[in-house]
Design a protein around this ligand. Structure first.
Ligand SMILES: Cc1cc2nc3c(=O)[nH]c(=O)nc-3n(C[C@H](O)[C@H](O)[C@H](O)COP(=O)(O)OP(=O)(O)OC[C@H]3O[C@@H](n4cnc5c(N)ncnc54)[C@H](O)[C@@H]3O)c2cc1C
Length: 373
């Protein structure tokens, strides 16, 4: 059992931290204000080969593990959670293909996804449901050699960005996953939602009107989409937990900086025990989440079922992020409540963790179900 990163992993962390501090941190407020990631950022992310980190080199991937992936997402999230979520949501498409794709589908789709030429999405949620897969209403009807998709999806990250979406729809025998090109006739998206946090994440609804999908684009066995979704979302929870870890780490940095720089009665507020306790609690919570996230990344790299572990990791990481951003804001006093300080954005960015990739209540249901069955 070893609790340390390899030299290569430390080097990747340093490289991404430098990039994020130099290129993302200075524009993070602008991204948040405009709810838009400037177009020149995407090529930079591609140049750093951030879109296919854990996939086989023969498909254009980086041949690394999920540990490298979470380290990258964590460092990016420290500077801009919106950019990290673009990456985290993208990864659900290549992971879907790598787990369930045929060799032909992998050869066709993975190289463009791994290079970042195609941006991935995974679309399950609909207006009436996010937590209940049985309740989806998007339909896929067989017509000759094609399926015809009709319906709509809600709150889909990266939906308006060119590339490929894994879309879940109802077929005669259950829920089925489809590989859908976002340029396909009949695929359109709404204006991105005005979000409270993660602004710039490009979360929009998808309308599917007579979208013709060849049988060759069916992903995995027909009717087995629900089981596939639970396995895929486990990887989504891993990526999201890495974002939340980055947000928590940034909150700690901000709390320490503010506590040391701000004085009361001529002394830094860091001298107050109240502030010391807040900072100590923040670090304790962030570190606990860190090792859950890294361990989950290790388990994902080994293959196998990570559903239980990912549910408890995301549950803990999301509550950690909500609590530590609140405590770090408290360290700032009224200034933390203003847009002058980064902690205000981190506080808003963190809140989605308890909702996205399945609400916390559902994570508790998953954890308890596997303990008590
Ligand atoms: C920024 C953002 C990005 C997103 N990106 C994507 C994406 O890329 N792809 C995608 O498919 N979706 C995406 N979503 C949707 C998100 O995953 C769902 O909204 C989430 O799973 C919650 O589903 P819901 O909104 O339908 O909530 P609901 O399921 O309606 O839950 C509402 C409330 O009811 C409670 N509840 C519901 N069912 C149960 C139950 N069985 N037991 C106990 N309590 C229950 C919940 O705890 C919650 O408090 C995104 C959402 C956001 C905010």
């Amino acid at each position: 059992m070893e609790f340390k990163l390899t030299k290569e992993q430390e080097a990747i962390t340093r490289m991404i931290r430098e990039f994020a501090e130099k290129k993302l941190a200075p524009i993070a407020t602008q991204i948040d204000r405009d709810a838009k990631i400037p177009p020149d950022i995407h090529p930079e992310l591609r140049k750093l080969k951030l879109f296919g980190i854990p996939y086989d080199k023969k498909y254009g991937g980086g041949g690394e593990s999920y540990i490298e992936l979470v380290l990258v997402i964590e460092e990016v999230a420290k500077a801009s959670a919106a950019v990290s979520v673009r990456l985290a949501a993208h990864y659900l498409a290549p992971i879907s293909l790598s787990l369930y794709g045929t060799e032909e589908q992998k050869e066709q789709c993975l190289p463009k996804l791994c290079s970042g030429e195609d941006i991935g999405s995974l679309a399950f949620t609909e207006a009436a449901t996010g937590s209940d897969p049985e309740a989806i209403t998007t339909m896929a009807e067989l017509s000759g050699d094609d399926y015809i998709l009709n319906g709509s999806k809600r709150f889909i990250t990266n939906a308006p960005l060119d590339g490929l979406a894994i879309i879940f729809a109802k077929t005669d025998n259950g829920v089925t996953a489809f590989i859908v090109n976002k340029n396909q006739p009949g695929y359109s998206t709404s204006k991105p939602w005005e979000m409270m946090g993660l602004r710039g994440g490009q979360v929009a609804d998808i309308q599917l009107k007579d979208v013709r999908i060849p049988k060759a684009n069916l992903l995995g066995p027909e009717g087995k989409g629900y089981r596939m979704l639970t396995e895929l979302i486990a990887y989504g929870k891993l990526d999201m937990s890495a974002c939340l870890l980055g947000i928590g780490g940034a909150a700690l940095d901000e709390a320490i900086k503010y506590a040391k720089e701000t004085t009361a009665r001529g002394k830094p507020i860091a001298n107050f025990q109240t502030i010391q306790w807040l900072v100590a609690d923040i670090e304790t919570q962030v570190e606990a989440a860190r090792w859950l996230v890294y361990r989950l990344a290790y388990l994902a790299s080994q293959g196998g079922d990570i559903r239980h572990q990912s549910a408890l990791t995301k549950l803990f990481a999301s509550e950690m992020a909500t609590e530590v951003t609140s405590k770090a804001l408290q360290v700032h006093g009224s200034y933390g409540y203003t847009k002058e300080f980064k902690i205000e954005r981190l506080y808003r960015d963190a809140r989605v963790g308890e909702i996205i990739e399945g609400v916390s209540e559902i994570q508790r249901v998953i954890i308890a179900a596997s303990l008590l069955r």
